[in-house]
Ligand binder design. Structure first.
Ligand code: UGA
Length: 445
């Protein structure tokens, strides 16, 4: 199928390149000429594992980039809208979606046969039907369901695993207003054999995306609240508590041979210093705001956000017991990105922690395997010593705050054992064995 993808951010580019790799003819479109030129030179403008290789494999044969959306739509059977939907505090901003829909609508005037327009961006329920569809009809002077189809097809891509998530989907949600639209959208995924497809209307498809992210965020805040209570009561380790929970066979089914399946969702059921990134915080807040507009108070999700907002502070509360006055004290912060495998700093729990330490006058030594450059932008106004290694960051530290679950931090105990006096280690991800470090504190302990 000939596919035009509007937007070459992480969703648009990953989708475009993967669909090309699966045999479709794809044009990735962006208003940013620099990005388009980069893609056409085979240089991905973002980092994702495997993206450069797939781009190289498809570029010039099944994939190209362009700034001309109108031409791309006229030449294509299907358009995917994958532009950003930033949250402004009260609603998601759909101005990029509107703009792209207008341009696609204008292009549709020049198409004689049926064309399918699909929203892939995360948008609140109702956006495809109530915003995109009317714009397309107005600009094209044609009728949805007759001359063109409209659909919604959310993405479920984790940053850092986006290519593998796209190429090996666990489910595909096909939202459309009629069978013709749904069939055409489903046919895009025909090369993905054996994958469960949810066929539904666009509003439901939009809601599935928010429900999925909200549930995962809820699991994290639930675990954090339980962890905080364990720590508050004393003599309870939330790690043991959650292991006891995970071993319920409804969370870890027992197979006929007695072995167990531990679903990876259980990793969201562990206490830590909070979730971040460009999706969970934004999507949960957007759903809360959307609920309010529909007269529905989202009390549970309100609490999910409140627990998460307070969670990074727990790191400092644990530090209070060891070093209450942090002025001039050397403190190492290990991990700056919101999760391992990315340099993304957006909504990272390290941000409030570092800002608080800076305000208290601490001397901050920060280390992250790949996010230091991003962090320099985030903390442009703060004096931070960026270390080249974990060992360098902790060398003079009286305390070490472990904020991101990078594998290499597993070697921290070895380094700590060489230091005299031994720094207190505050483990925000519960990734170390508490007995491996002389002075250990952990979330939920
Ligand atoms: C998330 C969802 O996992 C994807 O399914 C979804 O498509 C994506 O948002 C999106 O809306 O585009 P992502 O934000 O990349 O993906 O990251 P996750 O790996 O899910 O991590 C989100 C937060 O959960 C992080 O702060 C991380 O520290 C935390 N997390 C992640 C855990 O606490 N435990 C885990 O096992 C994994």
């Amino acid at each position: 199928m000939k596919i035009a993808v509007a937007g070459t951010g992480y969703v648009g580019l990953v989708s475009g390149v993967c669909l090309a790799a699966k045999g479709h003819d794809v044009v990735c479109v962006d208003v940013d000429e620099t990005k388009v030129d980069k893609i056409n030179r085979g240089e991905p403008p973002i980092y994702e594992v495997g993206l450069a290789e797939l781009l190289e494999q498809t570029l010039g044969t099944r994939l190209r980039a362009s700034t001309d959306l109108k031409a791309a739509v006229i030449e294509s059977d299907l358009s995917l809208i994958a532009v950003g939907t930033p949250f402004d505090g009260s609603a998601i901003d759909v101005s990029f979606i509107r703009q792209v829909a207008r341009e696609i609508g204008v292009a549709l005037r020049e198409r004689s046969d049926y064309h399918m327009v699909v929203v892939k961006s995360t948008v609140v329920p109702g956006t495809t039907d109530d915003v995109v569809l009317p714009i397309l009809e107005r600009e094209s002077n044609k009728k949805a369901g007759v001359h063109f189809g409209v659909g919604m097809n959310p993405e479920f891509l984790r940053e850092g695993d986006a290519i593998s998530d796209f190429m090996n989907p666990d489910r595909i949600v096909v939202g459309g207003n009629d069978d013709k639209a749904r069939d055409m959208l489903a046919s895009v995924y025909a090369p993905f054999e054996g994958v469960e497809i949810v066929r539904t209307n666009p509003k439901t498809a939009e809601m599935i995306k928010y429900a999925a992210n909200s549930l995962l965020a809820t699991l994290i805040s639930f675990s954090n609240e339980i962890g905080n209570l364990c720590a508050g009561i004393g003599d309870i380790d939330a790690m043991d508590v959650m292991r006891g929970v995970h071993l319920d066979k409804r969370f870890s089914p027992i197979l006929a041979d007695g072995s167990r399946i531990f679903p990876s969702s259980n990793t969201y059921l562990e206490a830590g210093c909070g979730f971040g990134g460009s999706c969970f915080p934004k999507d949960v807040k957007a759903l809360i705001a959307h609920g309010q507009r529909h007269g529905q108070t989202m009390s549970l999700l309100d609490a999910v956000i409140a627990v998460n907002a307070a969670q990074p502070q727990k790191m400092l509360e644990m530090l209070d017991g060891h070093i209450a006055n942090r002025k001039g004290v050397h403190i190492a912060v290990l991990g700056l990105a919101f999760k391992p495998g990315t340099d993304d700093m957006r909504e990272s729990p390290s941000i409030p922690v570092i800002r608080a330490l800076a305000a208290e006058g601490a001397v901050i030594h920060a280390y992250d395997p790949i996010a230091a450059d991003e962090a320099r932008h985030t903390f442009a106004d703060i004096d931070i010593n960026y270390a080249d290694s974990m060992a360098a960051a902790v060398a003079d530290a009286e305390a070490v705050l472990l904020m991101t679950r990078w594998d290499e931090f597993e070697a921290l105990p070895e380094i700590v054992h060489t230091l005299e006096p031994s720094p207190v280690v505050i483990d925000g991800r519960r990734m170390l064995d508490k007995d491996d470090v002389p002075r250990y504190e952990g979330i939920g302990l």
